[in-house]
Design a protein around this ligand. Structure first.
Ligand code: GAL
Length: 655
């Protein structure tokens, strides 16, 4: 079969039953093979406790299956029905301000509520028991975007008692906890586990160790919830892959631990919505308003590709304007095709669009779809039709491992939030900058975790791993790769205390640097750094380090002239700054060169990537660009000249 496969998210419950057959027929006609249904249907199938109305869903499934579509069924736990909330109001989540979040929209449940988990288990069994062996059901999605609308963490009474129990299991006695957390500070000693509070509502910052442990506890609840549902699916619907649709920019729980219960990691791709809400400059947002940031799709696909045991899908792809960002522009013609091919290029096997038909009521009334309100095709349908015809020209291939690994560590992200030390410091944005720089320099990147095997990499980038970990450093040492460590790496141990000897903790086994002082700098203050023959301007973060290792760049002029800014020994580079733009490029070019990697920048706005010997180029700029010439390059789609919002795909037959 030619790939990628295409599909769509469908809500039969929104439409007259008489329309379903026509919708299904059109989906098949549009080249779609997958349809996702069911994630918000609990309140429509169970009308009151154990009072079920399955008839409509049975028919919908039959209609879709009869049309030849493969159904990805979702468990419906993302929206507890109103009657359930009335029966057990304690299942509702509580926000940071201590307010109970009410029902009336979606995701109004607390993962610490054993009552909710029990109810979720019950309804999952009902759904999977009923539809698990239906011929049309070929995959399962668990819940929907867990963590969306800030729901991974809840400060409910159930969370408090769950957290206390969890701590008791972990530390056994309160003295051990007091010692481990160093509760001497501000006299915070606990006499008993029942004196522990959630890290919310305190007069000022609570204990950092407590905060980090609460994140671990909350993250564990997500993994447990996903594990519970996937266990039921595997038992009652064997052979169908289990998927969850993760979100862009979501770090509230450890996605790797959650994904350990899945077969396929899904990602919901909203390039324009996320651009508007993202961290790029106004000028960058303006240039990419209708096409999205050039590295958005690649970054997230690369990240979620590593999480799936058997693949990665884009479960929701933006088809036109969304309704939920601060501004909701329409994509330029060609963008939906480009995003689809880019997802495939970065490892997605299947792309589903969100949603089939724009709905004339409800909270997402102004969210575009593949069809207008009246069911006639909207713009994206034409682009998808094009992809559907193009895909047969591309021989199926998998993606090979990149030579560069970029490490993303969820616990480090939590630690940064607990001790940001500077308003603008964001590991998420720093990692995104480093990724972008590698891609601009023509290199593919795998996004890996602290437990990933690193032997196959030539260059490992560690932009923001603030928690020091011996095991990870041992793997780095075994790998022989060049390593680049960002500022703040190794600042904390696993309980938010400074590691012995201070930062960079265990990373000192790679480079003999000691961080004596850290400072954060406001964006309106810049300092000069001399790197070889050039001077760069930096801001954000500055470290005062002691080291006998070779210095690559120094602060120049002003405060502590000559102090080291970048150090590097034969294997490892350490940054005492958080460089961006040209300065970051300089650091990474240097590291790539040491690692023996090519530095082949593509023309501005063009991104090139590979699935083995199949090359892909995407043009995010406003003017035509040329694909770099490659040996034995034969174009399958497009040509060397790529139009704005266009793409080319080629094969290198004799690599
Ligand atoms: C996603 C969500 C969908 C829909 C979509 C709108 O975050 O999973 O259910 O709300 O956004 O863009």
């Amino acid at each position: 079969m030619a790939r990628p496969e295409l599909g769509v998210c469908y809500y039969p419950e929104h439409w007259e039953q008489s329309r379903w057959e026509e919708d299904a027929r059109q989906m098949v006609g549009a080249g779609l093979t997958w349809v996702r249904i069911g994630e918000f249907t609990w309140g429509l199938t169970e009308l009151g406790r154990n009072r079920f109305d399955w008839a409509w869903l049975d028919s919908a499934l039959d209609v879709l299956g009869d049309a030849g579509l493969k159904v990805m069924f979702s468990t419906p736990t993302a929206v507890p029905p109103n009657w359930l909330v009335r029966e057990f109001p304690e299942i509702l989540p509580v926000d940071r301000a201590g307010r109970t979040r009410t029902s009336g929209s979606r995701r109004h449940y607390c993962l610490s509520s054993e009552k909710y988990v029990e109810e979720a288990k019950r309804i999952t069994k009902e759904y999977v028991g009923r539809y698990g062996k239906h011929r049309a059901v070929q995959a399962w999605q668990i819940d929907n975007e867990i963590g969306d609308h800030d729901t991974a963490i809840s400060y409910s009474a159930a969370a408090l008692s769950g957290f206390r129990r969890w701590l008791q299991g972990r530390y056994t006695d309160i003295d051990t906890l007091n010692r481990s957390w160093n509760t001497k500070f501000w006299g915070g000693r606990f006499g008993d586990f029942d004196e522990i509070q959630l890290p919310v509502g305190s007069v000022t910052a609570p204990s950092p160790a407590l905060e980090l442990e609460f994140m671990r506890y909350s993250s564990g609840r997500v993994a447990r919830f996903i594990g519970m549902q996937s266990g039921i699916i595997r038992k009652h619907s064997p052979g169908r892959p289990v998927i969850h649709n993760f979100m862009a920019g979501s770090y509230d729980f450890d996605h790797r631990r959650a994904a350990a219960h899945l077969d396929i990691a899904g990602f919901d791709s909203y390039p324009l919505g996320n651009l508007i809400e993202g961290h790029l400059s106004i000028d960058e947002k303006a240039s990419w308003l209708r096409i999205g940031a050039p590295d958005y799709q690649g970054f997230h696909c690369d990240m979620y590709r590593e999480l799936g045991q058997c693949g990665m899908w884009v479960v929701e792809q933006q088809p036109g304007p969304v309704n939920w960002a601060s501004y909701n522009p329409a994509p330029v013609d060609g963008a939906v095709r480009l995003w689809t091919w880019m997802a495939y290029a970065h490892g997605a096997d299947t792309v589903l669009y969100f949603r089939w038909r724009q709905v004339p009521f409800g909270q997402e009334q102004f969210h575009s779809a593949l069809c207008h309100y009246d069911g006639t095709p909207d713009r994206a349908r034409h682009e998808i039709a094009k992809v559907a015809t193009e895909r047969v020209r591309i021989p199926p291939t998998s993606r090979s491992r990149a030579k560069i690994a970029l490490v993303v560590d969820y616990e480090s992200r939590w630690a940064q939030r607990i001790h940001p030390h500077g308003l603008e410091y964001s590991g998420e944005f720093i990692a995104a900058d480093w990724y972008r720089c590698c891609r601009e320099l023509g290199n593919d990147v795998d996004i890996v975790g602290p437990e990933t095997e690193l032997l196959c990499y030539r260059l490992v980038l560690v932009p923001d791993m603030v928690i020091s970990r011996d095991g990870f450093v041992s793997r780095l040492l075994d790998s022989q790769a060049q390593v680049v460590l960002g500022a703040r790496c190794g600042s904390f141990d696993s309980l938010m205390q400074s590691p012995p000897g201070g930062a960079p903790g265990a990373f000192r086994r790679l480079i003999d640097v000691t961080v004596r002082r850290v400072e954060s700098l406001p964006p309106w203050h810049r300092e000069a750094v001399e790197f070889g023959d050039r001077e760069y301007s930096v801001t954000g973060w500055r470290e005062h380090v002691e080291s006998d290792e070779p210095v690559m760049a120094r602060f120049s002029g002003g405060f502590r002239d000559g102090a080291p800014a970048v150090l590097a020994n034969v294997r490892t580079t350490y940054l005492a700054i958080t460089p961006r733009g040209e300065c970051l490029r300089r650091v990474l070019v240097d590291a790539m060169t040491r690692a023996g990697l090519p530095v082949t920048p593509a023309p501005e706005g063009i991104r090139v990537t590979f699935r083995r010997n199949i090359g892909f180029a995407f043009n995010f700029s406003g003017s035509p660009g040329m694909v770099p010439e490659r040996p034995s390059q034969r174009f399958l789609i497009g040509a060397r000249r790529v139009e704005p919002a266009g793409l080319s795909i080629w094969i290198e037959e004799d690599p």
